[in-house]
Design a protein around this ligand. Structure first.
Ligand SMILES: [Mg+2]
Length: 195
């Protein structure tokens, strides 16, 4: 089967990583429980930044946010490697800016994610992910962002939302930990068999 994954805040804990970087760069000490209470994708308000200052901070920090030691979520690397070993196709579809595509791919390989040739897509807008997902005829797709997930109602595609404080209103199936993936795949396979 074909599995598609968003990267940031789906497979890796990018916002939290950025939160620590912001604290350091801004010489602040905003506690981590504030982070866990943020109900939007952007994190700048916790640091008292306006949305303009927030975008500047984000863009100025991108290099460090993307290419240092951002941790993968627990069991993500293992779960995807298991899929790959079972012969499934693994696609990454990230809206990171195109110029960061090749380095992001290398970075993912260094973290131990299974990256298969020609199955890495980068640099589209959130609202254009749907076209790639359609063209690839994916069976599964996982993402964290409401703006993406809300565009993805299509036949034969099973969509999961990676649980985050800012997507609680979505009613589609939800994955909280990557250790659940195996069971999800098994359930789907059983369901397809019974059709
Ligand atoms: Mg994301």
């Amino acid at each position: 089967m074909k599995f598609g994954f968003d990267i940031d805040d789906t497979l890796i804990s990018l916002r939290e990583h950025a939160f620590h970087i912001y604290n350091k760069k801004l010489n602040q000490n905003v506690p981590i429980d504030i982070f866990h209470g943020i109900k939007k994708v952007e994190i700048h308000e916790a640091f008292g930044l306006t949305s303009e200052q927030g975008s500047k901070m984000w863009n100025d920090s991108l290099e460090e946010v993307y290419f240092t030691s951002c941790p993968a979520y627990p069991d993500a690397v293992e779960a995807l490697n298991e899929l790959s070993k079972e012969g499934h196709h693994i696609y990454y579809i990230t809206a990171r800016p195109k110029e960061h595509g090749e380095r992001t791919k290398q970075w993912m390989i260094e973290q131990g994610f299974p990256v298969q040739e020609d199955k890495f897509f980068c640099g589209m807008k959130d609202e254009d992910k749907v076209h790639i997902i359609q063209d690839l005829q994916l069976d599964f797709y996982f993402d964290d962002k409401p703006d993406v997930l809300n565009t993805l109602a299509m036949d034969k595609l099973t969509v999961y939302v990676k649980n985050q404080p800012y997507n609680q209103h979505l009613t589609i199936p939800r994955l909280t930990n990557w250790s659940e993936l195996k069971e999800i795949v098994k359930e789907q396979a059983d369901e397809r068999e019974s059709l």
